[in-house]
Write a protein that binds this ligand. Structure first.
Ligand code: C2E
Ligand code: CA
Ligand code: CA
Ligand code: CA
Length: 278
């Protein structure tokens, strides 16, 4: 007699069906969502911890779908990386950020560097650098205002990453490694690939890490970054003691709920305007 628990029919439960339906809905509505401006760019501020000053922001995508409801990037980004739609969506975010900065700059308002996430999928797209160039040329901005964040997993092919990051920097973008320390960062990669900013993964701040060992590791990452002329920032900073800890190892820049959650453009503009006379 067959064990009913191993029947595929039994495994294919309602929860799985819901998952599949959700994936399918996400794919079905992606294009229309972009046309109808359901995707919105949020901004999370970055701070210099010592003087509590606002120094930049990260652009983070949000999708409030009429059909599906509110979706987190963790739900749709992997799907879009799979079907290629991420190429379009990342350029939408970049374009939004470029126009945001240009508009403020022309109005004589304060601007700060903004980082934009770039999926590793771009690194296998032959048109990537050319597309970046074409878009960037349409805007008139001071240099150093856009950082492109790539997670360290994007650098598995070091030679390809080295070539593309060099080209990206020649265009006038800054380059940033996201989630540094969470995966397979290699020192070889840091040596080969031109990087301006290193973003420490918030894993370094979890209680599960032995704090003396973590302190030791972080101190060395910070001094290495200093020696290589790489700026360093930690993400996911939630408490004052985490901020103290980071400053004590020489990392002075942070992003996290302690300083501000990702917020709509309007709110971020208000924050920028408030701090423009400092
Ligand atoms: P990420 O690039 O590592 O972004 C940081 C994530 O941590 C964001 O989640 C942010 O809201 C969250 N976060 C910020 N501060 C804190 C904190 O203090 N505590 C905790 N627990 N979390 C914090 P979010 O916005 O949900 O984005 C998740 C991921 O989705 C991002 O991780 C990024 O990999 C991806 N993503 C978001 N927007 C884009 C985009 O425009 N393009 C691409 N390719 N990926 C994106
Ligand atoms: Ca990021
Ligand atoms: Ca990150
Ligand atoms: Ca991440």
């Amino acid at each position: 007699e067959a064990d009913v628990n191993f029947s595929p029919i039994v495994f294919f439960n309602e929860q799985m069906l819901a998952q599949i339906n959700l994936r399918e809905s996400i794919r079905n509505f992606q294009e229309q969502a972009l046309q109808q401006q359901e995707f919105e760019v949020y901004f999370q501020p970055k701070y210099h911890m010592k003087d509590q000053s606002l120094v930049g922001a990260e652009a983070l995508i949000r999708w409030n779908s009429k059909e599906i409801g509110f979706l987190s990037p963790a739900q749709f980004i992997p799907i879009f990386e799979n079907n290629g739609f991420i190429l379009k969506l990342d350029f939408f975010v970049l374009k939004t950020v470029l126009s945001f900065l240009e508009k403020r700059e022309k109005a004589g308002k304060r601007i700060v560097p903004i980082s934009v996430n770039q999926s590793r999928v771009h690194l296998n797209d032959e048109k990537y650098v050319e597309d970046l160039r074409k878009l960037f040329l349409k805007f008139d901005l001071p240099t150093g205002m856009i950082e492109l964040e790539l997670t360290e997993t994007a650098f598995s092919d070091i030679q390809n990453a080295q070539k593309i990051m060099n080209e990206i920097r020649q265009l006038g973008f800054l380059t940033s490694i996201d989630d540094f320390g969470a995966g397979y960062s290699s020192l070889l990669m840091l040596n080969a690939v031109p990087i301006d900013i290193l973003k420490l993964d918030r894993f370094f701040l979890t209680d599960s890490c032995d704090s003396e060992r973590t302190r030791e590791i972080l101190s060395h990452i910070v001094s290495m970054a200093n020696a290589l002329n790489i700026r360093i920032i930690c993400e996911g900073v939630e408490t004052n003691s985490q901020a103290e800890f980071l400053m004590s190892v020489g990392c002075n820049f942070a992003q996290g709920y302690l300083y501000g959650k990702p917020m709509p453009q309007k709110d971020f503009e208000q924050l920028l305007d408030q701090t423009s006379n400092l």
